[in-house]
Design a protein around this ligand. Sequence first.
Ligand code: GRF
Length: 308
Amino acid sequence: MEALGSMIGTSLPSHTKFISMSPNCLTIRLASRDVLSHCKVPYRRQVLTKTFSGSEVVLHKARSKTWGFECRCSAQEMESYVATDNTSRSLTQRKRLAVFVSGGGSNFKAIHEAAKEGLVHGDIMVLVTDKPGCGGAEYARDNQIPVIVFPRSMSSPDAVSAAELVATLRNFEVDFLLLAGFLKLIPIELVQAFPRSILNIHPSLLPAFGGKGFYGLKVHKAVIGSGARYSGPTVHFVDERYDTGRIVAQRVVPVLADDTAEQLAARVLHQEHQLYVEVVSALCEDRIVWREDGVPLICSRENPNKLY
Ligand code: GRF
C-alpha cells in the first residue's frame, strides 16, 4: 500500500494488491473480498469500463490529474476511490540523474552513453565524487557535466557537507541518485531525502561478498578464494549501510577454475554495464514497482504484466 501511495497518491482501496505504470497503461490488481480482478487499461482515457466475473471496475478521469475509480464487488456494495495523478511529470519528462563515482567511471560512461542514445529516458545532470581527479570526474568535465566534491575532508576542504549536498541536488531537481563505484558511505541525510531513489551497483551476488571493505579486486579475490562457482553484479537500492539495501536485479557469470581476480572482475564489469543500464532505464520509465514485502520488481516494457 505504501508503494501505491508513493506512486499515484492517496485514497487507495485496502484490497488493492498491486499497481504498475508505464507510459501506455495503468495496471491494477484488485483482490476484493470474493474476487480477484485484474484490470489493465490504456492510460489517460476519459472513461473506461471493465467487467469481471463477480465484480465490476470502472475507471474514469474525474478531472485533470485525478484518477477516480469505483469497485463494485456485488450489486449491494460499491466503494469509490480517488487517486491524485502525480505521474504526469514522471511519465512524460526525462528523469534527472546524479551519478556518484570514486574511480574510472565505466558504469557512469555506460549510463551516459545510453542516455545519449535514448536507451535511458533521463539525463545526467551532475556528478558527485570524493576524488575530483578520478577518471569519472574527468569524463564529466569533458562532457560538460558539473562536478561536485563530497564529502569534505582534509584533502578536499572546499567540498560540500551532507546538508549542502542535499540542497545542491534539490537545486538540480534530481530525481534519482546512481552510485557507480562510489566508495564512501552515503549519509543518512541523503538516504532520507531521496527515499527509494538511490541505486548502487556491486560486483558480487549480494548478500554474499558485500559490506564494508568489499570493494574492487578484494571482492573478486574473496569470491575465487571461497570456491564459489558463480558470481555477478547486483543492483540494489541504497540504505544507510553498505550493500544491504533491497536487491533489484542480478546477473550471473561463471567463476572459472583458473580465473584471476582481474579476469573475473572484467567478466563481471562487462555485465555490470548492461545490467545497470537496464535497471536505470526501468527506473526512468517508472517500471520499478514495490512488492508488499518491500522487494522492488521490474515491470517489463513489452509486457507490463510480467514482473521480474
Ligand atoms: C564496479 O565494479 C562496481 O560494481 C563497484 O565499483 C566498480 C566501479 O567501476 N561498485 P567503474 O568505476 O564504473 O569502472
